[in-house]
Write a protein that binds this ligand. Structure first.
Ligand code: 13P
Length: 258
């Protein structure tokens, strides 16, 4: 079955508006996407407007890295879905490992954000993944299942098909240590099976499942060749447009020039 391919860069806390514009100008000029492929940039909130206007009319899709679940209110320092949308965000990353582990976000909070994002017309990328301790103690599948059950709770099968799930093993993020393609495929297949059990097989087959965690030009093709890996969520290796372009090019089949 052919699913969408979504290659995404997560800039994390990097890039001013000016740097965002320069990156997008280079990327949009040089990128060559397959017909079913999308390229997403998760940019800092302060760069959203500049990034969205630089990306207008190109194939580059701009989104945010986080949001609050409330519609509005006394939440100093927080940003709502409507604000993100008005600034040009088309998607939002929810429950990133750094939000879960550094800022203490739990699945219930992530679930409330998910519902708000869907209601607001912003496509959610929901991140899940086990820690090294959980993997070593054989708790990987239990952890993933619990995160899926709790963070995706209460959505319809139709809504599920628009959600992107990012499998980001915590031990692989920013460490240079990548899951092997086989390990990642095993986790992705488990995630899809769990989605099929909790919703239905047809909806699960349509869900884009990205891999994230030290993805880079050298390992991108091997990861993307796996049956249940439908995209990548890339941090460090996509901080420059050249890195992201190289990753995208490396995952495409080599076309003979003769
Ligand atoms: P790295 O690619 O730097 O490991 O980061 C992955 C990530 O957290 C993407 O969201």
């Amino acid at each position: 079955m052919s699913r969408q391919i979504v290659i995404a860069a997560n800039w994390k806390m990097h890039k001013t508006s000016e740097q965002a514009r320069a990156y997008i100008q280079q990327l949009s000029k040089q990128v060559e996407l397959a017909p079913n492929e999308l390229v997403f940039l998760a940019v800092p909130a302060t760069s959203l407007e500049a990034a969205a206007s630089a990306a207008a009319g190109t194939s580059v899709v701009v989104g945010a890295q986080n949001m609050h679940d409330a519609e509005k209110g006394a939440f100093t320092g927080e940003i709502s879905a409507n604000m993100l949308k008005a600034a040009g965000a088309q998607f939002v990353v929810l429950g990133h490992s750094e939000r879960r582990h550094v800022f203490g976000e739990d699945d219930a909070f992530i679930n409330r954000k998910l519902h708000r994002a869907i209601d607001s017309g912003i496509r959610p990328i929901v991140c899940i993944g086990e820690t090294l301790e959980q993997r070593k103690s054989g708790a990987t599948e239990r952890t993933l299942k619990q995160q899926i059950e709790q963070s995706l709770k209460g959505i319809t099968a139709e809504q599920l098909t628009t959600v992107i799930v990012a499998y980001e093993p915590v031990w692989a993020i920013g460490t240079g240590e990548t899951a092997t393609p086989e390990m990642a495929q095993e986790a992705h297949a488990f995630i899809r099976k769990t989605l099929a059990e909790l919703w239905n097989q047809d909806a699960a087959n349509k869900v884009v499942i990205q891999y994230g965690g030290s993805a880079k030009p050298a390992n991108a093709a091997g990861l993307m060749a796996q049956a249940d890996i439908d995209g990548l969520l890339i941090g460090g290796a996509a901080l420059e447009a050249d890195g992201l372009l190289q990753i995208i090019n490396n995952t495409h089949p080599i076309v003979s020039e003769s």
